[in-house]
Design a protein around this ligand. Structure first.
Ligand code: SF4
Length: 346
């Protein structure tokens, strides 16, 4: 079941017997950005179930905001490095709990070694992140999945030869099938933990389908120790998708299960807008409950009878139900706060 070895990323264990963790990647540059706002957003992501967050670390200007974010973030922070080993050193100096590098892009071996020594000094982990688009030329005759695995095994040997074992590996492809094959092959050959995900997976719906198929299959086989559902969309949605996937597989238990009706011509309550409005607040609760957001007051309450809580309405008027019983009549403006109050009050 899952990888034999594990990596330590701040207080979080990836691999071994640790629960599968969910990650996302911050969607904007951090240099010159509002650090308070970023830290607050990480807090919300963490409350929704995000365990790790990664930032692109692209220049010296990222150092100050990154240090502050790393010091204040409630969850481990990862620096994503491309090509420039000096950025890897700076990110580690700035408090990165893990760095993601493709050793092949870093250049000469002494540069990679310097980065590895710095990670060792700081107690940081290294994710060897390979994708099918950037593999060493010597493996070009191999199928992508084989080339990614061979390349990863070679880098692992190199890092191990310098006494470094705090490693996570990711082998990503925009092809869901290649991602699955690479992860399977790697897990059959190496005990190191894997970060799994389909890269450039597309818009939210397309990504959710591709990622669910690929990651769901792997997780059911016991492969994958941490994951990201990459999407061209909100990072909050990436987290929701990752958490939901784990919960659907029984790999993460607690939390709110949001149910919403598909809507039809009877719809009298804007369940789509309401779900969007309240989603992050509901998902921040620890309660193991279901909440149904239904499109009409005629059939909604009946269809939602099995849910712990339900909400629906007619125009401006909104009704809140608890275990099938109408407990509060309210209006559109107050509905969000009132539903949270009802849930918290019980
Ligand atoms: S709850 Fe109402 S709006 Fe939603 S699908 Fe059922 S009948 Fe249609």
């Amino acid at each position: 079941m899952f990888s034999e070895k594990s990596a330590a990323v701040r207080g979080l264990e990836i691999g071994g017997k640790a629960p599968v963790s969910v990650q996302t990647m911050y969607d904007s540059p951090i240099a010159g950005a509002d650090v308070d706002g970023i830290v607050a957003r990480i807090g919300r992501l963490s409350a929704m179930g995000c365990d790790i967050i990664r930032f692109a670390f692209t220049s010296r200007n990222d150092s100050n905001p990154f240090s502050e974010i790393a010091a204040r973030s409630p969850i481990p922070v990862v620096a994503d490095i491309h090509f420039d080993w000096r950025m890897a050193l700076l990110a580690l100096e700035s408090g990165a709990d893990k760095i993601r590098i493709n050793p092949g892009n870093i250049g000469e071996e002494w540069k990679v070694k310097e980065v590895v020594e710095a990670a060792k000094d700081k107690g940081a982990a290294i994710r060897i992140g390979l994708n099918s688009g950037s593999l060493p030329a010597k493996f070009s005759s191999l199928p992508h999945e084989r080339a990614m695995v061979e390349s990863a095994l070679e880098y692992i040997d190199l890092l191990e030869s310098w006494g470094f074992g705090n490693i996570v590996v990711s082998l990503k492809s925009s092809s869901a099938e290649e991602t699955v094959e690479a992860a399977r092959l790697f897990s059959s050959l190496s005990p190191y933990p894997q970060h799994i995900g389909v890269t450039e997976a597309g818009s939210p719906v397309i990504s959710a389908v591709r990622s669910t198929w690929a990651l769901g299959n792997l997780l059911k086989e016991g492969i994958g120790d941490t994951l990201r559902v990459s999407m061209t969309g909100d990072i909050e949605d990436e987290v929701i998708a990752g958490v939901e996937l784990l919960r659907s597989l029984g790999l993460r238990k607690k939390g709110v299960r949001i149910i919403s009706c598909p809507r039809c011509g009877r719809a009298s309550f804007d369940s789509i807008a309401f779900e969007k409005r309240i989603r992050s607040r509901l998902l921040s609760l620890d309660n193991d409950i279901s909440v149904a957001i239904m499109g009409c007051h005629v059939n909604g309450p009946g269809e939602a009878a099995d849910a712990d809580y339900a909400i629906t309405g007619y125009g401006h008027d909104v009704c809140i139900y608890s275990h099938g019983r109408l407990v509060l009549k309210t209006d559109w403006e107050r509905a969000e706060d009132d539903l949270m109050e009802v849930i918290k009050g019980e």
